[in-house]
Design a protein around this ligand. Structure first.
Ligand code: PLP
Length: 409
């Protein structure tokens, strides 16, 4: 065992059992160091929307690096690749007059949104509007703001005090949000953070009408609505670039990362509605926030080339097709006695829930044995979020792998 400390891992178990080392990827398949092939059921960590091994993304990176690999975007500085990408994201954003604030990943986007929400109200002369509200089961990354906002208790425990002025409400109940607003006072609340589909918390689609209701509650109480689309953004939701369009969320900010570059390089973006950006564009004030790699030129060039592929291959429609194929094909797994539920039906995301949560890691091992790579989500769930290029035949292959692995339990 070498020196690599794996995130979110029991390193005792990894040290004892060894690592799963992936050295190559092509389309919806990845290969380990001995050359064994696995169907990538998760698109890496929900990011490889265009699949693996796209030479044109490597070419885009090489061309940009030969020109200028990176500069910076503080003050009045930019690179053409960065400006072009911001305009392109604004053009596909569902929010009017979107401004694009670049980050290095999803956790950066979330903490940027927390700071911007608070600073927005401060600029409007309402410094008391500081509380940010998250939901049970929510995952908003691992920076301090996102950790404090998380609805996954084990992720929040043991760090001491995180960030003041945070609250968590029942993620399935609009009434719970309303009661919490009444308890805290809308005049003290800056923003509500909401994954349109709960992702890392276990893949839980929203209950009928929930999103429309919480959106309206926020509007009625002058609370900013932040859609966390780090997973759902850039096509995974099916039929649209963003889940915010599909669910008519009309958000004030959208946090993104992952599918922006399909993971070929790290990059995130906070999309901000023009009205929220306005105080910072009026002159005389700064958003004193940003990252060395905000708008990194090579990441931006790769992101633009990645969005080209999504458009050219119509992967928004492909995700819609995958939604219905996954929904139909995965249903057979629900009748297996070890499976308590299959959650699917919204975009190219799903979860197979095991009745006995202790069976998850053994099952992941059996799945690898049958040529499928997946991972645990929530409590006892298995993640399914394939590259949007996965064919219906490959979905059948995925389901066959699950059936064989379940039989090994
Ligand atoms: N928000 C959501 C909804 C996510 O799923 C994730 C990561 O999975 C994040 C934020 C954090 O993103 P990152 O791991 O790129 O920091």
């Amino acid at each position: 065992m070498g020196s690599l400390w794996h995130p979110f891992s029991d390193m005792g178990a990894v040290s004892a059992n060894g690592e799963f080392v992936v050295s190559r990827g092509e389309g919806v398949y990845v290969y380990d160091t001995s050359g064994r092939r696995y169907l990538d059921a998760t698109a890496g960590l929900w990011f490889a929307n265009v699949g693996h091994g796209r030479a044109e993304l490597a070419d885009a990176a090489a061309a940009q690096m030969r020109s200028i690999a990176a500069y910076y975007t503080f003050g009045d500085v930019a690179t053409p690749a960065t400006i072009e990408l911001a305009d392109r994201i604004a053009a596909i954003s569902p929010m009017p007059d979107t401004k694009v604030f670049f980050t290095s990943g999803g956790s950066d986007s979330i903490d940027s949104a927390v700071k911007l929400a608070r600073r927005y109200w401060f600029e409007l002369g309402r410094p008391d509007k500081r509380i940010v509200i998250g939901r049970t089961r929510a995952y908003h990354g691992t920076h301090i703001g996102g950790t404090a906002l998380s609805g996954l208790e084990p992720n929040r425990a043991g760090w001491g005090s995180l960030m003041p002025d945070v609250s968590t409400v029942d993620g399935g109940s609009a009434k719970a949000l309303l009661l919490e607003i009444e308890r805290l006072g809308a005049s003290n609340i800056a923003a509500f953070f909401c994954e349109p589909i709960i992702g890392a918390g276990g893949v839980y689609p929203p209950a009928d009408g929930y999103l429309a209701e919480v959106r309206q509650i926020c509007r009625d109480h002058s609370i900013l609505f932040v859609a966390d689309e780090v997973i759902t953004g850039y096509g995974r939701i099916g039929g649209a670039w963003f889940a915010s369009s599909r669910f008519a969320l009309d958000p004030d900010m959208i946090t993104t990362a992952k599918g922006l570059t399909s993971g070929y390089l790290p990059m995130g973006a906070l999309l901000v509605a023009g009205a929220v950006a306005e105080p910072f564009y009026a002159g005389g004030t700064w958003f004193r926030h940003g990252y060395t790699y905000s708008g990194h030129a090579t990441s931006a060039a790769v992101a633009s080339a990645n969005l080209d592929i999504v458009e050219r291959e119509d992967l928004l429609s492909a995700a819609a097709r995958l939604e219905s194929t996954l929904d139909k094909e995965l249903a057979v797994l629900a009748s297996h006695p070890a499976v308590s539920e299959v959650r699917s039906g919204f975009g190219a995301v799903a979860a197979v829930q095991l009745a006995d949560t202790t069976q998850v890691f053994p099952l992941i091992g059996h799945l690898r044995h049958h040529g499928v790579s997946t991972r645990a989500v929530g409590a006892g769930g298995l993640q399914i979020s394939p590259p949007l290029t996965m064919t219906d035949t490959q979905v059948t292959e995925l389901v066959d792998g699950f059936t064989a692995a379940l039989a090994d339990l």
